[in-house]
Design a protein around this ligand. Sequence first.
Ligand SMILES: *[C@@H]1O[C@H](CO)[C@@H](O)[C@H](O)[C@H]1NC(C)=O
Ligand SMILES: *[C@@H]1O[C@H](CO)[C@@H](O)[C@H](O)[C@H]1NC(C)=O
Ligand SMILES: *[C@@H]1O[C@H](CO)[C@@H](O)[C@H](O)[C@H]1NC(C)=O
Ligand SMILES: *[C@@H]1O[C@H](CO)[C@@H](O)[C@H](O)[C@H]1NC(C)=O
Length: 572
Amino acid sequence: MPQVLPLAVLPLAVLLSAVLAGASQEPEQSCREKHLQSPAPSPGHRWSCRAEAPLKMTAHRLLGSLPLDEVKDSSVRTVNRCIFSQSQPTPLQGALQLAALSKDVLEKVLDLDDSVMQHEDLPQFLSGGKLFPGSFPLAHRYGGHQFGYWAGQLGDGRAHLLGEFINRKGERWELQLKGSGKTPYSRSGDGRAVLRSSVREFLCSEAMHFLNVPTSRALSLVVSEEPVWRDQFYNGGVRKERGAVVLRLAPSWFRIGSLEILTKAGEPDVLRTLLNFVIEQHFTAINPNDPNKYVAFFTAVVNETAHMIAKWMSVGFAHGVCNTDNFSLLSITIDYGPFGFMEAYNPNFVPNSSDDEGRYSIGAQANVGLFNLQRLLEALLPVLSLNQRSQAEHILRGYPQIYHSRFHELFRAKLGLIGDEDDDAYLIAFLLKLMEDTGADFTMTFRHLSEVTLLRLQNDSITQEMWALWDLSSHEFFSDWAKLYVQRLRSQHGDSDENRQYRMRAVNPRYVLRNWMAESAIRKAEVNDFSEVELLQQTLTEPFVKQKRAESAGYSSRPPAWASQLRVSCSS
Ligand SMILES: *[C@@H]1O[C@H](CO)[C@@H](O)[C@H](O)[C@H]1NC(C)=O
Ligand SMILES: *[C@@H]1O[C@H](CO)[C@@H](O)[C@H](O)[C@H]1NC(C)=O
Ligand SMILES: *[C@@H]1O[C@H](CO)[C@@H](O)[C@H](O)[C@H]1NC(C)=O
Ligand SMILES: *[C@@H]1O[C@H](CO)[C@@H](O)[C@H](O)[C@H]1NC(C)=O
């Protein structure tokens, strides 16, 4: 079972950033020299010369296949005819603190072990103050449709792609720093990310992974004393916050906007190059010599995007900013901003408190996905024949059907139903309607249904302890629904109530990253107490398993009264 390192108590976690101006690579021989000069290592010290650079990376494939910006100037500007610009991270100022680390990523993705924690320069490596050997920092050029309109050039304005790491299993992972300083794409931004948004991204991307939702991962969170100024609610209240860097990983960071900008800029040759690269690297089921490969690619993205959004819905996740620049070509969840997990069931739930129109409400996500796929299709037009274009349009018309069938598959599993019966859609819709009317908690209603016995459901003897189900059962039609549900379950031959509960508990989490939980951890983190970040991280690595510490912290209890006053802070 994944465990989390108790970072808050690590003696070496707090280090002064004696960071040289500009990131530099440690020359190989300095390790040896340092070893010879330094006093005897402390007990338990295991890093060797090899550990001097905790990780070796490469950027050969990216650099060898994709055009690089010919202008070397790092100033903010319009960039043409390339996929990446060279850009060095700007080291964070002041004391650095390794505030959190994912042991699962460390071990299962990066093939490292705890001994790397002894490395005195680790916080620098994880925040851009030092570079892993073989890395070649890049900022990606992309565009995007934001809030329905073409926004022109966007690009990595505060992120640096370090290169790729190929692990023992042969998986390729692209490592990226977020909050690591300005790039040619920074527009008016300062290139930084604040502690608050970084804690949220770190915790949520890891939590989503353990909820089995396709997502980017996060290795670490480094916080600094560097002051960063933010207007948290866009209301003129500028506040000093602390800069932080998350090291995040994905098989690829390309977005729908990565292709869009090439079409908008009239660069079909670069578009073709990027598409061929993405297909060859990440869509290995497609034959690169197939003349229909771009249609096959589109088909796969349509399918997987429907799948991703259905998964979001099945855990009550609202991304919050579904712009085409925030939508991965690999259909993994990326760019955690003002996201939220829905508590009281409400299809109009909007996590971004400034999104007054509810453009990105939880219930609108499937449609927004369609809008984004339409933009993807437009971006592909230069490489499609007329016939292929109409094939692609036909595929897109199938999107609602794919989405609905995924959605129902996931919700049938959430209810423990075996097989697919005509009335199942009605049973699901009926339940959601009861939840909507009563404002029952989404996550815990399903969890309590996984924990309650059929007998209790049947004779309407729900106890207050099962608070979400208790709320639901106040509905005048609850017993009608329960009757149908129990009938449906009883018709499953060879199934037992224990088996049903067991199946349901494996897909209905007891813990999700509720806003109030993140907020409480952030308040402590602001004053260097990372214990709650750690507790949340640990809890959320096993969201389907009841845990003592999580229960005492109230993570499955009715949200505290102050939670309802919270607004998601938008600036990041
Ligand atoms: C669609 O996605 C599902 C789930 O990832 C996969 O099993 C299926 O093979 C995909 N179908 C196509 C046509 O890509
Ligand atoms: C996601 O979208 C928002 C709004 O379009 C944009 O400001 C942001 O830079 C994008 N990326 C991330 C990492 O949030
Ligand atoms: C929240 O929504 C508002 C209104 O649409 C938008 O201007 C703002 O950029 C959004 N916040 C983020 C972080 O994307
Ligand atoms: C529910 O009903 C069954 C059978 O009618 C009965 O034996 C049982 O005691 C009831 N359970 C509760 C908790 O009321």
